[in-house]
Design a protein around this ligand. Structure first.
Ligand code: PMP
Ligand code: GLU
Length: 400
């Protein structure tokens, strides 16, 4: 019997995370001595702000080493509830907040708590790679609703309406979006909410992890702030992107009490409360948001640099991301072209070819629901970004 047969079917059926997978491949190539530029994984290249690190050190010195309440320490749940009121116009109490081990964990928790086998999750696409796999794990069915390049990769209300069935339980989206950087405006979110409101028992999973990396004048809007939607929207956010805290593993939900209670129950059996030191550190995050602001400005500068350079590559169609730290060009012009050896079929294959020939790690759009595109993370230095795009451009010139 092969080892694979011993692994449970539901794990065998899961795809490996494409973002983490490409990152692993790029580390392997680098270990062989190649000068790889890794723009695959989406991870801030900045340090966590000092006041947060100082709070973590103080928590260690104070011996804050024990299990915490499962849903998070009271002062962090309060700080999050205050933030949501102040910045997002969402009025929940600390008892409506559950802190988890990253926003990824928060999303998986909610899906596990709401989805019965066969329930449908309408995912606004392009979408972050893990969404569909989390739904699969819960034995739900993903219904992909495609936001077209021509509409800045955003889904229109009539498309959402057409995708809803009597099995739909959740509508799920990220804004700002990973991988496209698109942002749904207040008017667009209100129009989508109006569709959802007409259907009973449909919930919204609003992933706002890139909230602070928003280049628009209008700024961020949370669907959870619409009073008639409040009980139906589960707002998910975290500290990884805005405060450059990926490795600290801290995310949270804000939701109706019965949903928060269900997530707490699940977490109580699976992980317990997340890391005590990280929670203590996060309490002070909003005391000083100047670093978050300057990181945003750096991402804006890099976006302008990278989009300008990508638009000089023959055949690339490049949208202008309004937020997050990704570029997501349509590269279908190169499909069917060959270097005399390999013929490129899709963006995933193009990414592998670029990793091997140009030593630049990107992620193909297939696992984001957009097989014509590839994703480049702009969370890297100007020099690395400029060099990476130059290498990609030079390599592509060999495809005829
Ligand atoms: N949602 C989106 C759209 C993301 O890009 C990420 C990044 N990994 C997450 C959620 C998860 O973030 P975290 O590191 O807090 O788990
Ligand atoms: N958000 C990042 C990405 O999309 C993190 C990697 C991951 O957790 O998948 O690359």
């Amino acid at each position: 019997m092969s080892a694979l047969n011993l692994v449970a079917d539901r794990i065998n059926a899961l795809e490996e995370s494409a973002t983490l997978g490409m990152s692993k491949k790029s580390r392997e190539l680098a270990a062989q001595g190649h000068k790889v530029i890794n723009l695959s994984v989406g991870e801030p290249d900045f340090k966590t702000p000092k006041h947060i690190c100082d709070a973590a050190k103080a928590a260690i010195d104070a011996g804050f080493h024990h299990y915490t309440p499962v849903a998070g320490i009271p002062e962090l749940r309060k700080a999050i509830a205050d933030k949501l009121k102040r910045e997002n116009n969402i009025d929940w109490k600390p008892e409506n907040i559950v802190v988890s081990t990253g926003a990824k964990h928060s999303l998986a928790n909610v899906i596990s708590c709401l989805i019965n086998p066969g329930d449908e999750v309408a995912i606004l696409s392009p979408y972050w790679v893990s969404y569909s796999e989390m739904v699969k794990l819960a034995e739900g069915k993903s219904v992909i609703v495609e936001g077209k390049f021509e509409n800045d990769f955003k889904v229109k209300p009539e498309q959402l309406e057409a995708a809803i069935t009597d099995r739909t339980k959740i509508v799920m989206y990220a804004s700002p979006n990973n991988p496209t950087g698109s942002i749904y405006s207040e008017a667009e979110l209100r129009a989508l909410a109006a569709v959802i409101e007409n259907h009973e028992n449909i919930f919204v999973l609003a992933d706002e992890i890139y909230e602070y990396i928003n280049f628009t004048d209008e700024g961020h809007f949370s669907m959870g702030s619409i009073p008639s939607m409040k009980d139906r929207v589960i707002t998910v956010n975290g500290f990884a992107k805005g405060f450059a805290m990926t490795g600290w593993r801290l995310g949270y939900i804000a939701a109706a009490k019965w949903i928060a209670d269900a997530v707490e129950k699940l977490q109580g059996q699976v992980t317990s409360g997340t890391n005590s030191i990280a929670q203590r550190a996060a309490v002070v995050a909003w005391d000083d948001t100047s670093a978050a602001e300057s990181m945003k400005l750096a991402y804006l500068r890099r976006r302008n640099l990278v989009v300008g350079l990508l638009r000089e590559i023959p055949g690339f169609k490049v949208n202008m991301p309004d937020g997050a730290f990704y570029a997501f060009p349509d590269v279908s012009y190169y499909f069917g072209k060959s270097d005399g050896n390999v013929t490129i079929q899709d963006a995933d294959q193009l990414c592998m070819w670029l990793l091997e020939t140009a030593h630049v790690a990107l992620v193909g759009g297939g696992s984001f629901g957009a097989p014509n595109c590839l994703r480049l993370s702009t969370a890297a230095s100007d020099e690395a970004l400029t060099e990476a795009v130059a290498r990609v451009k030079a390599a592509l010139a060999n495809l005829k």
